[in-house]
Write a protein that binds this ligand. Structure first.
Ligand SMILES: C[S@@+](CC[C@H](N)C(=O)[O-])C[C@H]1O[C@@H](n2cnc3c(N)ncnc32)[C@H](O)[C@@H]1O
Length: 355
């Protein structure tokens, strides 16, 4: 990928960047504190004229010392600027405060990943999600999901849904132009995509496959929406190869699902899709590939998210490079018939048929 072919930094830029890395956890925690303790909001309300430290104290009820150290840190980080004793917010500060994507990423990092990430080296050496121990003795985050502390669960779902929800409207016409009658929504989670499908096509029949905790949430949401009669539920632990998929569907949808697995597991899942699917059925895969991003920051976000999989999720999965991923599709007996990049913020949809 072009972004990663050359070292473009001067020595000065490189040493600056190295200090950013050296202090990155402090930068992060300071930024969360500046956001959550109301300093960024208070300074933003002060507009272009800005506010003095004393004026910020009145609005936030923080101590002089507490507000001062954070606001001085904010100058270095680039969230605030200071002129004649008055602080004003920068564009970056406004994004930290108001941008929905930044908030989803930051809350996910803070509430799901931060404490565990201290053990990232161990995760790599042991190929185990050692950071998950912060939440209990689970093997994978997916088993833990329905039982996570409230804030961690909220931030996990907000992160997951932020990316997939925005892509679903563009996915529907890509799937429904193939006129499916019965779709398996594998890893259907809380039922959001299934609900979109039953609303989009009055004839479509859906079956959600997922772990029991998530299936229960999906059942509740779908019953509340009045679609109980059009949706089936199939409890599965997909990591157990002996657990097969229901047969006879003409479409299989997997969104942000296969990235939750290691390479051999992906091949096993796709082979079971092959067995379950009607001969001319299609598999629709929606994934975020870091090498298919328009912007370097998009690739960066995905490369960092990979390490959540390493340390918290399961220890062996990632946001893939599409070239690695496509070899797995081929190995499982499928060919890619259609591919659309730039779906939503960062997704690619691949339409696969049996070879
Ligand atoms: C990242 S979420 C994606 C959810 C949804 N498809 C979306 O696009 O937002 C992955 C889903 O895979 C499910 N999953 C993970 N491991 C699983 C397993 N071993 N067996 C069955 N489902 C699993 C999770 O419960 C979760 O609902």
């Amino acid at each position: 990928m072009e972004f990663f072919k050359k070292d473009t930094k001067t020595a000065m830029e490189a040493i600056d960047m190295a200090q950013w890395i050296a202090f990155a956890p402090v930068v992060f925690q300071a930024s969360v504190a500046l956001r959550d303790l109301g300093i960024l909001e208070a300074v933003k309300e002060g507009g272009v004229d800005g506010l003095t430290l004393e004026e910020v104290l009145k609005k936030t009820k923080l101590s002089t010392y507490g507000a001062r150290v954070l606001m001085e840190a904010a100058l270095g980080i680039g969230l605030l600027i200071k002129n004649n004793d008055k602080y004003s917010i920068t564009n970056t500060g406004v994004f930290i405060l108001n941008d929905a994507m930044t908030r989803a990423n930051m809350d996910f990092t803070q509430d799901v990943c931060y404490a565990g990430m201290y053990t990232l080296k161990d995760s790599i050496q042991k190929a185990k999600p050692t950071g998950l121990e912060v939440f209990g003795g689970w093997k994978t985050v997916y088993e833990a999901l329905a039982h996570l502390p409230e804030q961690a669960q909220k931030s996990w779902f907000a992160f997951d849904h932020f990316y997939s929800d925005g892509s679903f409207p563009q996915a529907l016409p890509i799937i429904f132009k193939h006129k499916p009658k019965h779709i398996l929504d594998i890893g259907g989670n809380t039922g959001k995509f299934t609900l979109k499908c039953v609303n989009y096509d009055p004839e479509i029949k859906m079956t959600i496959l997922d772990l029991p905790g998530q299936l229960n949430m999906a059942k509740e949401n779908i019953s509340k929406a009045g679609f109980a009669d059009r949706v089936n539920y199939h409890e599965i632990n997909i990591l157990d190869d002996s657990q097969k998929f229901p047969k006879g569907a003409d479409a299989i949808w997997m969104s942000q699902f296969l990235d939750c697995f290691g390479e051999d597991e992906i091949v096993s899942i796709l082979k079971r899709c092959h067995e379950a699917l009607n001969p001319d059925g299609k598999v629709f895969i929606m994934e975020t590939f870091w090498d298919r991003q328009r912007f370097k920051t998009g690739a960066f976000s995905l490369q960092m998210t990979s390490l959540y999989f390493t340390n918290i999720a399961n220890g062996n999965s990632q946001m893939y490079d599409s070239q690695v991923f496509n070899r797995l599709i081929d190995k499982a007996g499928f060919k890619i018939q259609e591919e659309t990049d730039n779906i939503g913020i960062s997704h690619t949809i691949q339409v696969c048929a049996k070879k």
